[in-house]
Design a protein around this ligand. Structure first.
Ligand code: GTP
Ligand code: MG
Length: 204
């Protein structure tokens, strides 16, 4: 259970992120998938991370300190403006650089969580991003979001289809979680997973 969550800082440069040597977990995925909403759900705070119905809300690296012991990081979404206007493309390139710099340079990062909408089949950009993480040996888990939008049977079916598709590229499916920020589905599982991982780090 998370007892305390506080916003620490927002910035676009990895070098300026908090210097604390605390374990860190980052939420990443396409814009609008529900990264910020999930952080609010996990921390029991309505507006800790800013959310919006329109994609592109989170534009910086946001650090949240949890129980004085670890960080949750909210990142901007990748890939949303690729096909739109030129100015938007320039902006998305800036965002993509913020994201890649973060994952390539942040030594405190323990694991990424790649969020995907449970309603969709694997999207090229998500699969490519997971491959990019894999090539850099950055551990990640998958978080399916918006599970409240589907009935239990459809959830099972879609998770199975996602697994099958990814296993065409990989030998193993990473740890995964089915969540809903709206219904608080997956809250305990995800919190426990992070706290257990923290324990493993502390115990070596
Ligand atoms: P960016 O910051 O733009 O990259 O988006 P984000 O991934 O942080 O998404 P955000 O949390 O802002 O949520 C986007 C939209 O999805 C909002 O309208 C949320 O209310 C909605 N949403 C997020 N999580 C859920 C969920 O579990 N269920 C439902 N039904 N809607 C959700
Ligand atoms: Mg956001």
């Amino acid at each position: 259970m998370i007892k305390k969550a506080e916003f620490v800082m927002s910035n676009s440069q990895v070098a300026k992120c908090p210097k604390d040597r605390l374990p860190e977990y980052a939420f990443i995925g396409r814009s609008n998938v529900g990264k910020s909403s999930l952080i609010n759900m996990l921390t029991n705070c309505k507006n800790l991370a800013k959310t919006s119905g329109r994609p592109g809300k989170t534009q910086l690296i946001n650090h949240f300190k949890i129980d004085d012991r670890w960080f949750l990081v909210d990142l901007p979404g990748y890939g949303y403006a690729r096909v739109s206007k030129a100015t938007k493309q320039v902006f998305q390139r800036f965002i993509d650089k913020v994201i890649t710099d973060y994952f390539e340079q942040r030594e405190q990062l323990v694991s990424a969580f790649v969020l995907v909408d449970i309603r969709h089949e694997p999207q090229k950009i998500d699969v490519e991003f997971m491959q990019w993480l894999g090539e850099r040996a950055i551990p990640f888990a998958i978080i399916f979001t918006k599970a409240d939008k589907l009935k239990p049977q459809a959830i099972e079916r879609n998770v199975a289809a996602y697994k099958e598709a990814l296993l065409e590229w990989w030998e193993e499916f990473p740890p995964y979680f089915v969540t809903s920020a709206q219904n608080k589905t997956g809250k305990e599982e995800l919190t426990q997973y992070i706290e257990q991982t923290n324990q493993t780090i502390i115990n070596g």
